[in-house]
Design a protein around this ligand. Sequence first.
Ligand code: KIV
Length: 259
Amino acid sequence: MNKKIKKILNKKNKSKIVCLTAYSKNIAEILDKYCDLVLVGDSLGSVLYNYKSTKEVTLEIMINHSKSVRLGVEKSLMVFDMPYNTYKNPKEALKNAKLVMKETKCDAVKVEGGKKIIPIIKILVKNKIPVLGHVGILPQTDRKFTFKGKKEKERKKILNDTKLLEKAGVFSIVLECIETKLSQKITKQLKIPTIGIGSSVNCDGQVLVTDDLIGLSQSKFKFVKKYINITKIIEGAVKRYKLEVQKKEFPKAKHSFRN
Ligand code: KIV
């Protein structure tokens, strides 16, 4: 088994798993120092491209961003988010995941869904492609983005899905916007770690979209904590630059070349 995956599995019930998204090298390099897992998420569709849904994200876009992220990630586990329509059936999923692994040199792929995608997970795992599962809100296919686990029927289905995913061989599961007690129950009942986003502190780890956490995106999700407003800091620098260019204070002699 991949050493980085082993390290993540070993964290269960010992220490929390720290995960964030990256879409390019420079951010990835920073995250790599602090994260156990760096996800090239298809959230880049809305964050970078203003797509209405992640359905529009293509394999080509994801591969290009992942190649850049790969340049910044050394120590963490790098996970590639398989875009919508690229894992419709086991044959296509395997073909695309093999291409992704070859082109991006990522360590694992993530797929969204429960019982329905078990044959897909099984074929990937059988072919030694490590898989991260994803249940709860499924941005690729859900119409409504409200938290999951309000009704008993839904709670049972989600719990059952996570058990099926574990049995099919995923190394971990992202729980997106799952009600607090349910995420606790899932985390307790599974041997593999859970990684929460909007699913409470009960999960074995946490993931967020980095652009949300640093205040580079304008998102206002309840589950996001903005640790800094990087937009303001960048704006401050750009404003000063503008002023200095206009006042001919930049560039100075030390920024210029002379014979
Ligand atoms: O696409 C993404 O960034 C994700 C995470 C936020 C879990 O799926």
